[in-house]
Design a protein around this ligand. Structure first.
Ligand SMILES: C[S@@+](CC[C@H](N)C(=O)[O-])C[C@H]1O[C@@H](n2cnc3c(N)ncnc32)[C@H](O)[C@@H]1O
Length: 224
């Protein structure tokens, strides 16, 4: 790991990163992506993979990496891309770094809710997959994420990702039940997250943006 790049990298134990223990990461791909995303949130991983294939560049930063599933499965536009990973949780970073070692990723521990003190050339794409719903606050306060990544994104660069929305979204009973639990435990904070809120915050920071809804999942991209 290269180092810690934000002031407060270890947040309260029940915040959205605390779930990512070694044990949970070992089942994450089938349990969270395979089971929950497909059947409960009704946004199968294939849609997210498609988003990665459309937008990932040869010079990519991924934030909130989990197990590195999408970076492992997606098609980079070249064999040896520049790949940098940032996560607040060292377990996620270790698992993703190992899985993606063929790309020799640079790895930093940092909290995306804080300004990132990282002295590195800019990126042409930044991925934020399944990250915003893990963060505390409302969509307007989570907008700080876009402010914090802005200095790292090259002009013309793209930010893309997906997040589970709640407000104004059609949900099945199982999704209602799971959102209730995950919000109660602090693994997710999305009860006030809506399409309008996401669109408003993307428009605040980017010249062009797009959101597509699949089940409870909002798949988005935005250009600097
Ligand atoms: C739901 S996982 C998403 C993993 C992966 N991107 C995917 O789509 O499967 C959320 C990840 O975001 C990280 N995370 C949560 N809060 C964060 C924060 N404030 N700053 C950086 N990473 C954070 C967690 O540690 C975890 O690795």
């Amino acid at each position: 790991m290269k180092g810690i790049i934000s002031r407060n990298s270890s947040r309260t134990p029940w915040s959205g990163q605390a779930l990512y223990t070694k044990a949970f990461l070992s089942v994450y791909d089938w349990f969270a992506l395979g089971l929950h995303c497909r059947f409960i949130w009704q946004c199968p991983p294939s849609h997210v993979l498609e988003l990665y294939n459309q937008h990932i560049s040869r010079n990519h930063l991924d934030i909130g990496v989990g197990t590195g599933y999408f970076l492992d499965k997606c098609r980079f536009p070249m064999e040896h891309p520049r790949l940098v990973l940032i996560d607040v949780n060292p377990n996620s970073l270790a698992v993703a770094q190992k899985r993606l070692e063929r790309y020799h990723p640079q790895v930093y521990r940092g909290d995306i809710l804080e300004p990132l003190c990282i002295n590195t050339p800019g990126f042409d794409s930044i991925g934020l997959s399944h990250l915003l719903h893990c963060l505390p606050g409302t969509m307007d306060t989570k907008g700080i994420v876009f402010q914090n990544i802005m200095p790292l994104l090259n002009p013309g660069g793209v930010v893309f990702g997906t997040t589970f929305l709640y407000e104004g979204i059609k949900r099945n009973p199982l999704a209602n039940y799971m959102f209730w639990w995950t919000n109660l435990l602090g693994f997710m904070t999305n009860k006030q997250d809506s399409m309008d809120g996401l669109a408003r915050n993307l428009k605040r920071y980017f010249s062009e943006s797009h959101i597509e809804l699949r089940g409870c999942g909002a798949l988005f991209w935005a250009l600097k």
